[in-house]
Design a binder for this molecule. Structure first.
Ligand code: ADP
Length: 533
């Protein structure tokens, strides 16, 4: 309303970003439903892509592998030496992907990638250019866009995300596109595995994880957001339907890693929170109506949400009326505010919001901000970051519940009636185990290394140690989860807010950053793929 002060208006905008426990619970319920839908049918928005990776490593794997990573912002090339004792060494190079190549043609993009691989191999692995041309380096290709995977080294691009738009690549096998350009340069390199960064994160965390249980889930909160987890083959009913178009895979483990593509969770907007600032962002994006979850959570978008909210403050309260705004201010340039700006402002505890005002000057080109204006901006920043973290918890809660890792029996996927030939009854056994545990209790174990950090908003009681057997290990990667202040605190509060997880369940969840996750993970998948050839 017109009578509000600037701070009151900022608080009312912040309130629009509130994500309540009830909303989170509804979110989990819808996420569980869409998991089942995606596991039963091809072509769903939350795609639930079978990755053909059927086991996670245990830390004993060995060898030298190449890994390349086409993420959202950079192209990384590295070689990894797996030492077989949960440790590894890594050499790497990184180059920013020129913006023009993100919206070009596939030949321009993939020849750029191959040239960077050539430079790296010449510098670090010149031995492989020796006369023995059969001695090839095996490469894991981390390609973090939705693909229709048909083998561990074959995947057809479904659609671009994260600002990429190269129409002629859609429907093509991206491994073949890369191999063709590598062969043109005569490099001794074989593209052995196609890897989604979430699967890489999962594999890397499982190789280095301190626990003995194996990692359940790998999750990315960086430019984009996505997650991959270990699912029972019997629940991936779209692979066993009559007439299903699937490649060969090892069925002995009874499991397969599934890449959820949760960035597209609830594109129908049944349960996701929505504000005018989200709507403005979506309207001006390259893919309106798509990746709706990602647009509320990940690094590519939080800056733009903030920009839209600040513009609203300008309209209603003429914020910065006494300041000097540069004509090329990021405020007036769509997509120009980096999420690191939110991190700096969120972290600011200086008197009179000194850091916030400096950041607004440096990053938004606004000189002479008042204390009140800085406070207003910080209020909104906090609300946007907190909503992102709380939304992130929905995905983890749902997957932990769907896989029965809290001792609850996972429900068989009832979306498809044709799947009765692959009955898996182990969930009944898990359910019985859960009852036995509930009645008899478990012996106390040593306290956790990575015990959840108490947050200022809701302290955690550290009264009871959790058995190592009950730990649910999750690997995460990405600048948002790594650097956004108290992201994990908000995230854990949201987990506790979901009754089916609760305080007890939240404490069983161990979250660790998978350092160099995409590289090590890609190497591990190249290794697994090579062993299968
Ligand atoms: P990618 O996802 O491209 O592999 P990152 O994990 O580094 O790479 O994510 C990059 C994204 O993280 C960008 O959208 C950027 O805005 C955001 N980002 C970079 N630094 C920070 C930070 N300190 N705090 C929060 N977000 C950040």
């Amino acid at each position: 309303g017109g009578n509000m002060t600037l701070i009151e208006k900022a608080k009312s905008i912040a309130a629009e970003f509130e994500y309540t426990p009830e909303q989170a619970r509804a979110g989990v319920k819808e996420f569980l439903r869409l998991m089942d839908v995606g596991l039963s049918n091809d072509g769903e928005a939350m795609t639930m892509i079978p990755t053909y990776v059927t086991k996670v490593p245990n830390g004993t794997e060995e060898g030298v592998y190449l890994a390349v990573d086409l993420g959202g912002t950079n192209f990384r090339v590295c070689s990894i030496t797996l030492k077989g004792d949960t440790t590894f060494s890594i050499q790497q190079s990184k180059v920013a992907i020129p913006k023009a190549l993100m919206v070009s043609d596939s030949k321009s993009l993939f020849s750029f990638l191959a040239k960077n691989i050539a430079e790296f191999v010449k510098e670090h692995h010149s031995d492989h250019f020796a006369e023995d041309a059969t001695h090839h380096l095996h490469l894991g290709f981390t390609f973090s866009f939705p693909v229709d995977q048909k083998a561990v080294n074959k995947g057809y691009l479904i659609r671009w995300t994260k600002g990429f738009d190269i129409p002629d690549a859609i429907g093509k096998d991206v491994c073949a596109l890369l191999q063709a350009e590598i062969d043109i340069l005569g490099l001794p390199v074989v593209v052995a595995a196609l890897v989604n960064d979430t699967v890489g994160t999962l594999m890397a965390r499982s190789y280095t994880s301190p626990g003995k249980t194996g990692t359940l889930l790998g999750a990315i909160f960086g430019t984009g957001t996505n997650g991959a987890y270990v699912e029972k083959l019997s629940r991936i009913t779209k692979m066993t339907k009559p007439g299903a178009n699937v490649g060969e895979y090892d069925k002995s483990t009874g499991e397969m890693v599934v890449n959820t593509e949760w960035g597209s969770f609830d594109n129908d907007m049944k349960v996701l929170p929505d504000t005018p600032y989200d709507r403005a962002l979506d309207k001006n994006s390259v893919n309106p109506g798509i990746q709706m979850f990602e647009k509320r959570v990940s690094g590519m978008f939080l800056g733009e949400i903030l920009r839209n909210a600040v513009l609203a403050l300008k309209e209603s309260h003429n914020i910065f009326s006494t300041a000097t705004i540069k004509t090329d201010s990021a405020l007036y340039t769509p997509w120009s505010l980096d999420t690191s700006v939110l991190s700096y402002i969120e972290a600011d505890e200086t008197p009179n919001y000194l850091v916030t005002r400096e950041t607004i000057q440096k990053e938004m080109g606004v000189y002479g901000t008042t204390v009140e204006e800085a406070e207003a901006i910080k209020t909104i920043v906090h609300a946007i970051g907190k909503r992102s973290a709380r939304l992130s918890a929905v995905t983890i809660a749902a997957i932990v519940l769907a896989t029965g890792k809290l001792g609850n029996a996972p429900k068989p996927n009832t979306q498809s009636a044709e799947s009765s030939d692959t009955k898996d009854l182990s969930f009944i056994e898990q359910g019985i185990n859960a009852i036995v545990t509930a009645v008899l209790g478990k012996p106390d174990a040593a306290p956790l290394v990575d015990a959840p950090a108490p947050t200022s908003e809701s302290p955690v009681k550290a009264d009871k140690a959790i058995s190592e057997d009950d730990i649910i290990d999750i690997g995460v990667d990405g600048s948002v989860v790594e650097f956004y202040p108290n992201f994990e605190g908000h995230f854990r509060q949201a987990l506790r807010d979901i009754p089916e997880v609760g305080e007890e369940g939240e404490r069983k969840i161990r979250i660790g950053v998978a350092k160099d996750g995409s590289g090590v993970g890609a190497a591990l998948i190249a290794l697994v793929a090579y062993k299968m050839m």
